[in-house]
Design a protein around this ligand. Structure first.
Ligand code: GFP
Length: 860
């Protein structure tokens, strides 16, 4: 008899009554094939609850699909290699407004909803800001009732799980689809133990997420390699090579307080039974018998496989094509499905029914693939296919870093996708001819604008150029970044297509990033605004401004912050063993580790602070604002300097935190395995957050928006969305420092010319590390990257040395401001009050109106 047996099972999913919900949870616990009916621990309770919530979602998802099918609106398809969904349970019940009902239902089994929600593993299909943005966008698309879907890949192991060992960061496969207790549980309770063991050995149990629905009816063939055949009438066709299948998994995405639920369709790669060579298998050649099956598994094994080798590069390109081809075949299928007469093809209508948004250059192959499908499969001529493609696809740029602008070897492209390479060559040729014939003045610029770089040493396809040439719209993700795109990176194209370029400042969903992750603060906001409508109309937060000096609000606000800080301190203790003081200033920097994001400046600042504390008298120390510096983020496995930075933060922490003289005034903690659910604990508990990239290099940033929304004050440069945040929250509520974007090139030149004079504080901090104060690890190469051109690195390309003194000064202003509690709480309130602009609802509304041309289509 398990706990689930206490409640009579009920298969009906749709009720919002706690007793009926409990019955439905009990039903899933007992009849769902993943579980033995004999136990109902917290993990089982999570899966049964999730499946019950999924029933609600499915109903909405089906209704929405049918409604879109009937009304046939123009629909957006968001193509992204990354989605960082995080946990789904709290978000789903919150958006469906059934949190209370589920909490009451779980109480009938003796469980708290929060504890059950905490069992969920993060869906980790992304790397950083780009993937998290995509997930915020899906939430807003559904909430705004927009006809839209996301497409992505169902990576089995996502990016990686980060473990901090003595040597620094270690990467472990992140098995987000695994059900940890499942095998052990089945073995313990199943009478047919031997069947379980065999099943386990052969991995017969599919790994799964309770939120996805496998769609065995949605399968498309995807070809790789092969050759181009030319028929007698001159038609070209791609043939031969190897063909795998793309199988759809749908993840329903509910909107907030709406009946609409849209889809995130994730593709998995499979091979068929015919691809399994039974003859070879029976001959003992097990590996070659299942060769295609194993190649299929490689495609969706991990996000961003290492690309140092040719095999790695090929695999990444395969992944990109796999996403694009499966998604476009599916989009065309749906275009035809919605109106039977479209089978005969009215292709000029396609762009009035379909918008495809390419999230960065990763899905650029959507362009030649759409051309191929239209020409080779649907029979259109070049001009017609080009007009359709151009009106359909648009491109978002997320970075100006040259190394992040993708370029693919022409040889690799030709080998893997011979027909696409032909199409790309034709696009390049026609673009060149167009410029020559219409813009004589641009002739000198043509080579750098072309899609192909035919440098004989390394001929490549420039994916960003292909996007700009073929897309109808190109957008940056914050005003500063979009201006840099127009004035620098894509300036030459602007003179040809002045109207192609737009800005869409990023946003975040206020549901996940305030309402659900910070219930204490949310309640206060609702109470003072006398409405919870801010959850879907974030501009209402400006209403808090008039209470910014109200003492009662101050008391409530400070109490909520303290509660979140305590929760965060508990998390830190649990994952690192370090005790931190909730009365100290919580100072956080969480993001991918990258030299341009300058975590190194943060830690050099902490080192400098530590050294000064050591030099102070005990009496002077007592006047210091106690601080806890927290850093979290993953370093890409092959990015050596980023991994050294992770190691340095940990080494500094190990010394500082154990130094009895100063550890009351400073702690330095590296938060391992930063992900969405960790961010949901860190951000509400933050008071100061660091967004300190070299100006002009961070396209936008979105964690800056999340912190500010949660009443955290930013210390930052005038970079990315910081510029707009500062405008909105007021310059007195933002600690600004550092060079401006338009100074950076000149400062780099000065540095090259030996004109840079380092501040003694910068030298002191580096020297302290070089002296071995933080252990024996050799930080020389890392520190040398901050030196002039003589050093190991890029001559301090990211200008840490130049900005360091103003950074330290800004930190001193922070210390002073924090001593005045009233002033600090007011700054905190004004940050929340000024965050309305940064709702992803605003961003998506702008995309819908200004790029996609789609309108709301609410399920009646
Ligand atoms: C990238 C950019 C960020 C930007 C996001 C979303 O993030 O500045 O905010 O995209 O547009 F760098 P990462 O994926 O690189 O973290």
């Amino acid at each position: 008899m398990s706990a689930a047996d206490k409640v009579k099972p009920a298969a009906s999913p749709a009720s919002e009554d706690p007793s009926a919900i409990a019955g439905n949870i009990s039903y899933h616990a007992q009849y769902s094939p993943h579980f033995s009916p004999l136990a109902f621990g917290p993990e089982q309770a999570f899966y049964a609850t999730a499946e019950s919530v999924r029933d609600h979602l499915l109903q909405r998802w089906n209704d929405t699909y049918l409604h879109f099918h009937k009304t046939d609106p123009k629909q957006t398809y968001y193509l992204s290699m990354e989605y960082l969904q995080g946990r789904a349970l709290t978000n789903a019940v919150g958006n469906l407004a059934i949190t209370g009902a589920y909490a009451d239902a779980l109480k009938k089994f003796g469980y708290e909803l929060e504890a059950i929600a905490g069992q969920e593993r993060d869906a980790a299909l992304g790397n950083g800001g780009l993937g998290r943005l995509a997930s915020c966008f899906l939430d807003s698309m559904a909430t705004l009732n927009l006809p839209s879907w996301g497409y992505g890949l169902r990576y089995r192991y996502g990016l990686f799980k980060q473990r901090i060992a003595k040597e620094g960061q270690e990467e472990i496969a992140e098995d987000w689809l695994d059900v940890p207790f499942l095998y052990a549980h089945i073995i313990l309770h199943n009478f047919f133990i031997w069947i379980s063991i065999i099943a386990m050995l052969f991995n017969i149990f599919q790994k799964f997420s309770p939120w996805e629905i496998v769609r065995h009816d949605v399968v498309y063939p995807i070809r790789f390699f092969g050759h181009v055949e030319i028929s007698p009438d001159g038609k070209r066709k791609w043939a031969g090579g190897e063909v795998l299948n793309a199988l759809a998994y749908d993840v329903p995405i509910p909107g907030y307080k709406t009946k609409n639920a849209i889809s995130l369709r994730l593709w998995d790669a499979t091979a068929t039974a015919e691809d399994f060579n039974l003859f070879q298998f029976n001959d003992g050649q097990y590996e070659s018998a299942a060769q295609l099956h194993s190649r299929a598994q490689q495609i969706c094994a991990v996000l961003y496989p290492g690309d140092a080798t040719e095999e790695g590069k090929l695999l990444r390109l395969k992944q990109q094509y796999f996403l694009c081809s499966a998604s476009l075949q599916d989009i065309i299928f749906r275009f035809k499905e919605r109106k039977a007469d479209r089978v005969s093809g009215k292709w000029s209508e396609f762009p009035s029914k379909v918008a495809v948004q390419m999230n960065d250059t990763h899905p650029t192959l959507a362009i030649p693939e759409l051309m191929r499908l239209l020409m080779d499969v649907e029979g259109l001529g070049w001009d017609e296919a080009w007009a359709v493609t151009n009106k359909t696809v648009a491109y978002t740029n997320h970075t100006v870093l040259p190394e992040a602008l993708e370029k693919w070897s022409q040889a690799v492209m030709r080998k893997l996708l011979p027909r696409h390479m032909e199409i790309i060559e034709e696009i390049d040729k026609r673009f060149r001819e167009m410029v020559i014939s219409t813009r004589k003045d641009m002739e000198g610029k043509i080579e750098s604008m072309r899609v192909l770089d035919n440098n004989p040493e390394k001929p490549v396809v420039r994916m960003a150029n292909l996007c700009v040439v073929a897309g109808h719209t190109v957008n940056g993700v914050a005003e500063l970044h979009s201006n840099i795109l127009k004035q620098e990176l894509f300036a030459d194209y602007v003179s040809i297509w002045p109207n192609k370029f737009q800005n869409k400042t990023n946003g975040i969903t206020p549901r996940r990033w305030l309402r659900f992750c910070n219930p204490e603060l949310s309640e206060i906001v609702t109470k003072w605004l006398k409405t919870d409508q801010w959850t879907s109309n974030l501009d209402l937060l400006t209403g808090l401004r008039k209470f910014a000096d109200d003492e009662k609000l101050h008391a409530e606000w400070a109490a909520a912050k303290l509660a979140s800080k305590k929760r965060l301190a508990k998390h830190v203790l649990d994952v690192t063993g370090v005790t931190i003081d909730p009365d100290s200033l919580f100072d956080i920097q969480i993001k991918r580790i990258h030299e341009y994001k300058r975590q190194l400046m943060n830690i050099l600042g902490a080192v400098y602070r530590y050294k000064k504390l050591k030099e102070m008298s005990a009496a002077d120390r007592q006047k210091v604002t106690p601080r806890t510096v927290m850093v979290g983020g993953k370093a890409f496995a092959t990015y050596t300097n980023a991994k050294r930075i992770v190691k340095l933060v940990n080494d500094v922490g190990a010394v500082v935190n154990n130094d009895a003289d100063v550890n009351k005034y400073l702690k330095v903690v590296f938060i391992p395995n930063y992900n969405v659910s960790v961010a949901e604990v860190l951000i509400p508990g933050s008071e100061l957050s660091q967004h300190i990239s070299t100006a002009g290099m961070e396209a936008s940033g979105t964690s800056n928006m999340k912190f500010s929304l949660n009443g955290c004050v930013i210390i930052g440069t005038l970079d990315g969305a910081n510029v707009e945040i500062r405008e909105e929250v007021g310059q007195d509520n933002f600690f600004l420092f550092g060079a401006k974007a338009d100074q950076v090139a000149g400062l780099r030149k000065d540095r090259e010319n030996g004109l840079f004079k380092p501040d003694p504080r910068f030298e002191e901090a580096k020297q302290f590390i070089r002296s071995g104060a933080f252990g024996t690890y050799d930080y020389t190469p890392l520190l040398d990257s901050l030196e002039g051109n003589t050093g190991f690195g890029r001559g301090d390309y990211f200008l840490v040395g130049y900005d360091f003194p103003s950074y330290i000064d800004a930190q001193a202003r922070v210390d002073e401001a924090y001593k005045d509690k009233k002033k600090w709480v007011k700054m905190s309130i004004l940050n929340t009050a000024g965050s309305g602009k940064f709702s992803s609802d605003r961003t998506i509304d702008q995309y819908a109106k200004e790029i996609w041309g789609i309108s709301a289509c609410p399920v009646p």
